[in-house]
Ligand binder design. Structure first.
Ligand code: ATP
Ligand code: SF4
Ligand code: MG
Length: 404
């Protein structure tokens, strides 16, 4: 089914698809409308791709200042859209949160809420040309300076990707190349990011990494193809590849979803141990609140392309505020608590191509009031680390909290 696109604008002035033809049916696009969307998409994509593919770009264009030098990453009003034939899908629409140095930040939310797209934006790996960062900033702390990744050209991003920021993907079988041996894939990463490194040095480093991630026979595994390894071993290899260049930030996108519980526990232990060794930060994306409770220092809850609540793990688990976060907590199974059926949040996430102009959770919310008819709620700071986007905690003006 094709859906119409409401008026959409991006913060950098990119003009997404608009439909001019009269609307006969609320859900279907006419051929004329489809053509108008395709034409508009092509124009926007061409401009954005051209900008990304520039070479010899002056560093001053993407040099920036961290808001807090203790953060490794600051997402600031990030907007990543997909320019599809049915209209502009706002997969990530104004995401703001930070990852402090040395901390693990867990990102949770139901399927399709934009967790992976947020992390792929940080790696500049969003599926182009239809997927594009159209606005906002991703400030990355390089130590002595900071870069805005959202503005960096691809050529410069290649120097950071893998070296400073590494990603552990959800499915190791599809992320490892099936036709190359594990050793080749590990060496490639080291050789690419270590100037002057010889093949022998790269091999020594690869074997050291395999040993670090707990692989018992590194020499043998080094010569294996991915299909010769178990799921847990493949995931360990992925972690070894990700860590081989001592990244400052590790993005782990559902690192344990494809694994059985015993291997899951081992991989989580490994991640925790390695984080301490490299003194890095972790952005941990998962559906599993148990994993978050065990691993994360801070939690970011996303819903329909936006952050709806964020805080320390204790705040989110012991004092969840947003009705969606409360529902999420209720839907998690608890040992020693007998229930007929696990709670599920009724209703559906709104269509990302046609988002409402009020709270995106309103149609599923059991606590909504007359104020919720208004514009999308602002963030309310309830403690120095805890904030929530919900009218229940807003003052009279809809902005500050009741005590603000
Ligand atoms: N290549 C693409 N083309 C069009 N839309 C896309 C593409 N990739 C992702 N999306 C859309 O972006 C939105 C966010 O997707 P994303 O993969 O970030 O979800 P997620 O929160 O990681 O979900 P999950 O928990 O299932 O992995 C979804 O609505 C999805 O349909
Ligand atoms: S703003 Fe209103 S509709 Fe939205 S989550 Fe809060 S109470 Fe529910
Ligand atoms: Mg995902």
């Amino acid at each position: 089914m094709l859906f119409k696109n409401k008026k959409t604008t991006s913060s950098d002035g990119a003009q997404p698809a608009k439909t001019k033809a009269p609307i006969a049916d609320a859900h279907y696009l006419s051929v004329r409308e489809s053509r108008a969307i395709a034409k508009s998409n092509a124009r926007v994509i061409r401009a954005l791709e051209k900008r990304k593919k520039r070479t010899h770009v002056s560093e001053s264009e993407y040099l920036c200042e961290m808001q807090d030098p203790n953060n490794i990453v600051e997402f600031d009003d990030l907007r990543t859209y997909f320019f599809t034939d049915a209209g502009v899908s706002k997969a990530v629409d104004g995401v703001t949160f930070s990852i402090p140095r040395g901390a693990t930040v867990g990102v949770v939310g139901e399927s399709g809420c934009g967790k992976s797209v947020t992390s792929l934006s940080l790696m500049q790996l969003v599926q182009a040309p239809q997927g594009q960062i159209v606005g906002g900033s991703i400030r990355f702390n390089m130590g002595n300076k900071a870069y805005d990744i959202a503005k960096m050209p691809i050529s410069e991003m290649r120097k950071i990707r893998g070296k400073q920021i590494a990603m552990i993907f959800q499915e190791p079988m599809t992320s490892l190349n099936p036709v190359f041996r594990i050793g080749y894939q590990l060496d490639e990463m080291v050789l690419l990011h270590t100037p002057g490194c010889t093949k022998e040095q790269a091999k020594a480093r690869s074997l050291q990494m395999l040993e670090l991630v707990g692989i018992a026979a590194p020499e043998r595994v080094y010569r294996c193809y991915p299909h010769e390894l178990s799921g847990g071993m493949r995931q360990r290899v992925m972690i070894a590849i990700a860590l081989s260049c001592d990244p400052r930030l590790i993005i782990a996108d559902e690192p344990t979803t494809a694994l059985d519980v015993t291997i899951q526990a081992q991989v989580l232990d490994l991640l925790r141990e390695i984080k301490g060794k490299i003194d890095g930060s972790i952005m941990l994306i998962t559906h599993d609140l148990g994993v978050i409770a065990e691993m994360a220092d801070y939690v970011v809850v996303m819903y329909a392309g936006r952050v709806i609540e964020s805080g320390t793990t204790a705040e989110i688990f012991h004092n969840p505020l947003h009705p969606y976060t409360v529902g999420l907590q209720k839907s998690k199974p608890v040992v020693n608590r007998k229930v007929e059926r696990l709670y599920n949040i009724p209703g559906q996430v709104p269509n990302p191509i046609d988002m409402p102009d009020y709270c995106y959770f309103k149609d599923r919310c059991t606590r909504c009031t007359a104020r919720c008819e208004g514009e999308y709620p602002h963030f309310i700071q309830v403690s120095p680390t805890h904030r929530v986007a919900c009218y229940l905690y807003a003052g009279e003006d809809g902005k500050g909290g009741p005590d603000a």
